[in-house]
Design a protein around this ligand. Structure first.
Ligand SMILES: [Zn+2]
Length: 113
């Protein structure tokens, strides 16, 4: 890897045109600005059909998802899939990644055993 293809840590920001919160970082040498909503497989396909780039958010930064990375397993559990930001794009609920339900907390004052 050369110095031109760097990946930088991401930063939270606000898109100046629409005021939407976004994540910004350099992904392998290219500036990437992504929405905060994680996508499931259907959501990623819809984003790609719409001409948007998709990225995996890792603790090192954004990783661009090309065809090989999407089909492969190397990024399967690396982090959430995020789509390139476009202003006023609404992501339907069925395209959002499922988030695990919150852990159940005992609400009664009774001892469970
Ligand atoms: Zn915007």
């Amino acid at each position: 890897m050369t110095a031109h293809l760097i990946t930088t840590p991401v930063a939270a920001g606000i898109h100046l045109r629409c005021g939407t919160p976004v994540i910004v970082g350099v992904a392998e040498g290219l500036l990437a600005r992504v929405d905060l909503t994680p996508l499931n497989r259907a959501g990623e396909i819809h984003a790609l059909i719409a001409g948007l780039q998709t990225y995996t958010l890792t603790r090192h930064g954004l990783i661009h998802r090309d065809a090989g990375r999407i089909a492969g397993t190397s990024l399967a559990k690396a982090g959430p899939v995020l789509a390139q930001h476009t202003c006023r794009r609404q992501i339907p609920a069925e395209h959002r990644a499922n988030t695990p339900p919150p852990a159940r907390v005992a609400t009664t004052g009774n001892c469970p055993f």
